[in-house]
Design a protein around this ligand. Sequence first.
Ligand code: CP
Ligand code: NVA
Length: 311
Amino acid sequence: PSGGLPRHFLDLDQVEGETLTGILDLSRRLKAGGAETVLGRARPLEGRVLALIFEKNSTRTRVSFEVAMRQLGGDVLVMDASTSQIDRGETMADTARVLSRYVDAIMFRTREPERLAEMVAHATVPVINGLTDVAHPCQLMADVMTLQEHKGDDLSRRVVAWSGDGNNVANTWVKAAARFGFELRLACPEELRVDPDVVGWARASGARVVEGTDPEALVDGVDCVVTDTWVSMGDEEREVANRHNLLRRYQVNEALMARAAPDALFMHCLPAHRGEEVTDAVIDGPRSAVWDEAENRLHAQKGILAWCLGA
Ligand code: CP
Ligand code: NVA
């Protein structure tokens, strides 16, 4: 690696707001025009290799990073914790030191944020957070890009409502509200609220975040309704039946969507659990933006990769 600190992409509160806006601008231009037009080279990441390490399952994150890297002329390798030495106890620190000698960047999907932090502390190449138990920043880059495509670049007068579990994706929507200026209303059961430290950070940064337990009231008139699974990866051991009981009234169905603005979008990071957090009528309905949202993972990853790798 060349001198200077690597450009890690770890969370929306760890990267300056102006940088995030710049990454999204680049993502949008790459989506519209391709690398040759935008960056002056058809293969700006030629000769660069990204390692993808998964300690949890993935479809979109894996495929969008692989395709993004290849379309920009680079290469990827995918590591699964269970077939590497990671699951036999090699530390993240040692893994980071070794991988930094082989590859140009590392994307890591893991459980506890401490594992990601250990990786970052010892990597000498950029590290990208591909989801932890508490954050999913690459997802929110695609989500904000999608919201802007449908509602315009200036989100300052827009209102988004989250109805469901106050999970890793919800945390990151809160950080996105601080970075991109939209109002966020969180409808979550008392027991499954978003981390108060995250809400506190966002409010201290000027974000408008409203919290409550009544989805009907909170969705009233909003521009976008968002939800996610009731049982995130790793939650399977934590009282699934009780989570379903607590979250049932937060389901996004046609009755709940009817309370939002007439042109309100429905968003979901996917995978969806149809009939649980969202009904078929909503996710397959005319206001659903979920396939645009999934597509934009590819374009947003390109912006993130180009920034991290200095393309
Ligand atoms: N939304 C998302 O991150 O999907 P995957 O788990 O399939 O990567
Ligand atoms: N909250 C979900 C998101 C999956 C992309 C999970 O962590 O399993």
